[in-house]
Structure formats: C-alpha cells, structure tokens
Design a protein around this ligand. Structure first.
Ligand SMILES: C[S@@+](CC[C@H](N)C(=O)[O-])C[C@H]1O[C@@H](n2cnc3c(N)ncnc32)[C@H](O)[C@@H]1O
Length: 258
C-alpha cells in the first residue's frame, strides 16, 4: 500500500478501500462522495454487446468491475459498515449507481442504519450516440443520497429549490490531462454535491477515486480530501492531478487571484 499525506489536507491511498477504511478514524468525515463499481462488467459481457468493438476504453473490460453478484453485494456491505463508522453524525453519502442496482444499495444502506433521502438522476447532455438506430442512447446514471445517524445534514441550498436531477456535459478532454479513466466523472457534477453538502474545511472521502475527480474539486472548494484507488495507474494519475490542483491553488493565492 502507498500512502501520501499532504499536510493532513489530502491523504491518498493506493490500496483496497475495504481494508484501508478500517484504518480511518471514527467520526472523521463529513461527506462520502463516490462512484463505486456498478457490478455491470459480467452483466454486459454476458449480453454480448458489441460495445467493446466500438469503444477503446470500454469499462466492462477494465477488470475492476468483475465481481460476481454476491461478492459485489458483500463488498458494498463492508463499505457501508465502514463508512457508517468514519462518517460524523449527520454526515452525508452521495453514491453514484447504475439504476438497475439502486434497490440493492438502498437495502444495504438500511442494514447499516443510513437514513435514505433521495434517488436522483445525472443526465449527460452529449453521450456518444452508439447504435442510435437500434435503441435508446444511454445518457443517465443514478445517484443515491443518505444521511448517517440522523435525518438531515448540511444542505447549503440558500433558499433555492434543488431538483433531484442534474445535467452536465460528459467529462471534457481538458479534465483528462493526467490520464484517461473510462468512467471519469465531470468536475461540475461533483462540485454540485460538494458545495451543497459540505462547508469549507470539511472532509470529503472517496473510497473509489479513479482519476481523482472528487479530490480535485474538494481541494478547489477548500475542503480536505481522503481518497483511495486500487489500480496503480489510476492512482498515479489521480495523485498528479490532485497535487497539480493544489499547486495551482497555492500559485493563484500568492498572486492574489482566487
Ligand atoms: C467508477 S470508477 C471511479 C471514477 C471516478 N469517480 C472518477 O471521476 O475518475 C471506480 C474506481 O474504483 C476502483 N476500485 C475498484 N475496486 C476498488 C477497491 N476495492 N478499492 C479501491 N478502489 C477500487 C477502480 O479501479 C476504479 O478506478
């Protein structure tokens, strides 16, 4: 396991999060913002889609979403157990998830006494129109919102109505300078949740950080970040990306620009 700790504001682990979470302190995190494997790798391969041929970086072939159903459920069960311990009372969870797996996640979260708040939709405005004459274009993913040990947590809506639907473009190339990740989330999407559900100096945890999107946004918004990633290539990319954000923040601040 590799661990990098930058002034306790950013702590990154190249390791299995199910092991690493056990080392984190109780009541130390304000928001878990994460995008775990959706348990779709085998499902998509079994359906013999031709996606792989059409897409160099098809995530179903990346190797990190290949658990059997029961094994995946067990891993999510351990995840909820650990995040219920590390989250503060009334801390929030936003978990992205395939819509066909939402019910399983709601059940697992309830087992660990999370209070269910919302199932929302992320709509991608410009997905690749693969097989557009054969079926509906896949342009949505789900997200779930839970509260730990309480019913309401930080919710900075400032009197505005916030819908359970968020729309962005797919991740732009400008956010992929440090390497390509097949399911990299756009920064604007994570910014929406970090602004709404945390305050400055709070701590955000992403146990499945991939390319480090949650870390980049957390840093930019003045939050601390703990991230974990199993694959060394993604971890190295995330480390470079997040530390580059940290450096540009320091440079910006010293030149008086925010
Ligand atoms: C859906 S991707 C996350 C993408 C990320 N939100 C981004 O914007 O780049 C899930 C990531 O979890 C990682 N992963 C899978 N199992 C893991 C585990 N047990 N511990 C840590 N990371 C894991 C995968 O390697 C993959 O990069």
């Amino acid at each position: 396991m590799t661990e990098v700790n930058i002034e306790n504001e950013i702590v990154l682990y190249n390791a299995d999060c199910l092991q690493t979470l056990k080392k984190l302190e109780d009541n130390s995190v304000d928001l878990v913002l994460t995008d775990p494997p959706y348990n779709l790798g085998n499902f998509m391969r079994d359906r013999q889609t031709n996606l792989k041929k059409m897409r160099d970086n098809f995530f179903g072939d990346a190797g990190w979403d290949d658990l059997g159903n029961e094994e995946w459920k067990d891993s999510m069960d351990i995840l909820f157990k650990e995040i219920s311990r590390v989250l503060k009372k009334k801390g929030s969870v936003i978990m992205f998830m395939s819509l066909i797996r939402v019910e399983t996640i709601v059940e697992l979260a309830a087992r660990h006494k999370f209070y269910y708040k919302t199932t929302g939709i992320w709509h991608k405005k410009n997905p690749m129109p693969r097989n557009m004459n054969l079926h509906f274009i896949n342009s949505t993913e789900g997200w779930l919102y839970f509260i730990n040990d309480g019913k309401t947590g930080t919710y900075n809506n400032e009197g505005k109505v916030i819908h359970d639907f968020i729309e962005t473009s797919v991740t732009p190339g400008s956010e992929k300078k440090f390497g390509s990740h097949p399911t990299q989330k756009p920064e604007a999407l994570f910014e929406h949740f970090i602004d709404l559900l945390t305050n400055e100096n709070d701590t955000v945890l992403d146990p499945f950080m991939g390319s480090g999107t949650a870390g980049v946004v957390a840093k930019r918004r003045g939050r601390n970040f703990i991230g974990c990633e199993l694959e060394s290539d993604y971890y190295e990319g995330a480390l470079k990306r997040i530390t580059s954000e940290q450096k540009s923040l320091v440079l910006n601040n010293s030149s008086g620009v925010n």
